[in-house]
Design a protein around this ligand. Structure first.
Ligand code: PEP
Ligand code: MN
Length: 476
């Protein structure tokens, strides 16, 4: 296995730009002029400023000695799965919290989100007859880009919350101070989370013969639940049939599943410190997650984030709104994937149905004309965030469904593959997004269980409802 040999001892750099010559000798600058530290010579947008750079260096040194959270060989397996999705032979499901939280970390919540993703994937696989590549927005999704550097509440102005890996959500001066030691807490929580996810996916929980154990309360007594139960019972029949004709349904493909992790590669001190040279291939992998993505706010061609991600060999994602001109997209793709490898780049469009209808065809044409391999995935949530009169950030199911519908329609028209979905969701019964066929959440109800650290998430029922819609589209 291409596990990370950690041959490289990262000599951490202060967060402000050292010259390229200062790059650690053990991280040689490659022929493409890249090393894990070259992002430091570029403009790093959305990154926290710390009072004491020496403390940041200390934390980076500690992180560089920690175990990798994922292994290079696993990243290559994901790359192969994503290249299947690029060809239309699989569908990708990425889901999880907008931001993970230190204080709200609970084993049961990790399990419930995992179970929701498993249920959605079952609905899509069975309904759409297509394998589903499951990727959790988890075990490292801690850093948040913000539109405003400061926030004012009742006349008091404090720095914005940038995710638990940077500062605290509480609106106090102490909590909002950037603390580099938070990177260590984020690493350790990520290690616990990925350990749980590995256990859930291979330790028996994902055994398809135990479908009933995945059923959450809501599956018992809701219309979505009865559709799901009906499907589960057909699968059980099929399994009995397979056993009868001699198929071993206790073998690994029936008992285990692949589950990958991803997060936004925003805090590059953290990402660099977890980047290791793979002993098998000599390539660099960011071992903080299988897949890393760059957000809409940090995808500038001359910026630090593109520079960092272009050199790691993981599969990467790029979030795209209507603000990205087609020519710029092509330049980004040529920069991060000069070998045009299928599975390397996932483009995650997020712009609302209205902009998608206008803009997606232009993006697709430009990519087609340049002959580039990309996987198209829809994030139907980030372009549809609104604020209610009472001040809650929310999203409406009908807007989310509408963006998804447009995503499928445009790809169908253009002859390209609608390859996956990226959503903010939880297995918990929260009231953060409105709408839904079952137990509709109204604006008035939002306050009941509005628990998110950052953006509003779909709850378990809303997520499952979306999975049934997608399955219907995949069947066509
Ligand atoms: C996110 O995924 O939480 C996010 C901030 O997305 P975007 O970069 O697309 O706004
Ligand atoms: Mn978000």
């Amino acid at each position: 296995q291409g596990s990370s040999g950690a041959r490289t001892t990262m000599v951490a750099q202060p967060p402000t730009k050292p010259a390229e010559a200062e790059v650690a000798p053990s991280s040689p600058v490659s022929s493409t002029g890249w090393s894990p530290a070259t992002w430091r010579n570029r403009e790093a947008r959305q990154m926290p400023k710390y009072d004491d750079p020496a403390l940041v260096t200390e934390v980076e040194d500690i992180l560089a000695k920690q175990a990798p959270l994922v292994f290079a060989g696993e990243c290559r397996e994901l790359m192969a799965d994503l290249s299947k999705a690029t060809r239309g032979e699989a569908f990708v499901l990425m889901g999880g919290d907008c931001a993970e939280s230190f204080s709200e970390f609970k084993v049961d919540d990790v399990r419930d989100t995992f179970r929701s993703i498993l249920q959605m994937s079952l609905v899509m696989t069975y309904g759409g007859s297509v394998p589903v590549v499951k990727i959790g927005r988890a075990a490292g999704q801690f850093a948040k880009p913000r539109s405003e550097d400061f926030e004012t509440i009742n006349g008091q102005t404090l720095p914005s919350y940038r995710g638990d890996i940077v500062n605290g959500l509480e609106f106090t001066e102490v909590a909002r101070r950037n603390d580099p030691y938070r990177m260590l807490s984020a690493y350790h929580q990520s290690a616990q989370t990925i350990n749980l996810l590995r256990a859930f996916s291979s330790g028996g929980f994902a055994d398809i013969n135990k479908l009933n154990a995945w059923n959450m309360d809501f599956v018992q007594n809701t219309p979505e639940g009865s559709k799901y139960r009906e499907m589960a019972s057909k699968i059980e029949d099929t399994l009995r049939f397979m056993t009868a004709i001699g198929v071993d349904t206790t073998s690994a493909p029936f008992r285990t599943t692949s589950f990958y992790t991803a997060h936004e590669a925003l805090l590059l001190s953290y990402e660099q410190a977890l980047t290791r040279e793979d002993s098998l291939t000599g390539k660099f992998y960011d071992c903080s997650a299988h897949m890393l993505w760059i957000g809409e706010r940090t995808r500038q061609l001359d910026g630090s984030h593109i520079e960092f991600l272009r050199g790691v060999s993981n599969p990467i994602g790029i979030k795209i709104s209507q603000k990205c001109p087609p020519e710029e997209l092509v330049e980004i793709l040529e920069t991060v994937n000069p070998d045009n490898k299928a599975g390397r780049v996932t483009l995650i469009t997020r712009m609302s149905s209205k902009y998608l209808e206008e803009h997606l065809p232009k993006l697709i044409l430009a990519v087609q004309k340049a002959g580039l391999n990309v996987l198209w995935v829809s994030d139907p949530v980030h372009g549809n965030t609104i604020k209610t009169d009472s001040g809650y950030k929310t999203r409406r199911m009908e807007d989310i469904r509408s963006e998804l519908r447009t995503f499928f329609d445009v790809h169908q028209r253009m002859g390209t593959h609608a390859g996956g979905i990226h959503i903010e969701m939880t297995g918990k019964d929260v009231t953060e997004c409105t709408g839904g066929d079952v137990d509709e959440v109204t604006e008035e109800n939002l306050k009941q269980r509005y628990l998110t650290q950052c953006d509003p998430r779909l709850n378990g029922k809303q997520s499952l409802e979306l999975a049934f819609h997608i399955a219907n589209r995949l069947r066509r």
